[in-house]
Design a protein around this ligand. Structure first.
Ligand code: MTE
Length: 309
């Protein structure tokens, strides 16, 4: 990982979070020029209740979480999303919810969020590339939204799609992926209380590079399942296509459950590097289902996890 600052990073991307917040307060108060911080309004924070599902592990810094990203729509390098995602327009934003639902439609983001209880969920995120982070997400259970639109009995899967907008998403000008990025879950996985739609982190609206304005977080699966900047959610009878599975089926399965016993064909999944630990720190053992086994192992009872990886 190259810890290199780029001149085109925004100020918030290269600044310790406290300094960044106080600078924002200064700007908000119009005091930057005068150098006065008095009477600055607090930065807007999202109200969210703590959650019983949160881990008490040390959280990664705001900088770790917003400068080391996978978001191929903005480039393939870890620092590309932080450098390029400011181009993304996230307001207005609508989400199409369709397929096997009682109330299909194009929902404005405000309607998607209406009435959903926002919580802070501190989750481990384990990337298939064998690194991990701990992120304080702000979000709500996907099950709440699905119940509101009414899932029909014939629905077995949920398909998700990211925005397609190459004018703003510079990575979409490359053909390496058949855009838009798509992902999917089995319905029982989507309805599990651990599965959330996140709209923020560290108490603030979602940074663009992390999937603004709304992204999925499924903590027991490799990070690539947690699709960003969602514009469509479809309930289907058949298993939907998933970007990495379509691209390299021998390396990335539909389930993508974190599993230390099933290696990626090109590297081990037995251990992981926690971002922020430093390059000399000991690797950590990877936990089955990313440590959420007691809650989700039952979803896969009787399945051969080496076959359904
Ligand atoms: N969603 C979209 N649309 N495009 C992507 O390239 N990358 C995935 C996932 N969601 C990706 C995506 C991968 S590989 C990971 S590890 C996580 O986003 C990273 O989330 P983070 O950058 O917020 O840590």
């Amino acid at each position: 990982m190259a810890e290199r600052f780029r001149p085109d990073l925004r100020w918030s991307d290269v600044t310790p979070r406290d300094a960044w917040l106080s600078r924002r307060r200064l700007i908000a108060a119009g005091g930057a020029a005068a150098g006065i911080a008095l009477a600055a309004p607090a930065a807007a924070r999202i109200e969210a209740a703590p959650s019983r599902w949160s881990t008490d592990e040390r959280q990664n810094s705001f900088e770790d979480i917003t400068r080391y990203n996978n978001f191929y729509e903005f480039g393939t390098g870890k620092e590309d999303p932080a450098a390029n995602a400011h181009r993304l327009t996230t307001d207005p934003w609508a989400v199409v919810i369709d397929g096997l639902v009682d109330r299909p439609g194009t929902y404005d983001l405000a309607d998607v969020l209406a009435g959903q209880p926002m919580e802070e969920r501190i989750y481990r995120l384990r990337c298939v590339e064998a690194w991990s982070m701990v992120v304080p997400w702000i979000g709500f259970e996907l099950a709440g939204l699905l119940s509101r639109v009414g899932v029909q009995p014939s629905a077995k899967y949920v398909a998700f799609q990211t925005l397609l907008r190459p004018e703003e998403m510079v990575g979409q000008r490359s053909r390496m992926i058949d855009w838009p990025y798509v992902e999917g879950l089995r319905l029982d996985e989507a309805m599990h209380p651990l599965t959330i739609l996140a709209t923020g982190l560290y108490g603030e609206p979602m940074p663009n590079q992390n999937g603004a304005p709304i992204r999925l977080v499924v903590p027991w699966k490799y990070g690539f399942k947690s699709i960003k900047s969602i514009v469509r959610i479809s309930l289907t009878a058949d298993e939907p296509p998933c970007t990495w599975n379509v691209l390299q089926p021998g390396e990335y399965g539909f389930y993508a459950n974190v599993n230390p016993e099933v290696d990626h064909p090109r590297w081990s999944q037995a251990t992981e590097r926690r971002i922020g630990d430093g390059l000399l720190a000991r690797r950590r053992p990877t936990l089955m289902f990313n440590g959420y086994a007691e809650h989700v192992a039952g979803l896969y009872a009787g399945m051969d996890l080496a076959r359904y990886y």
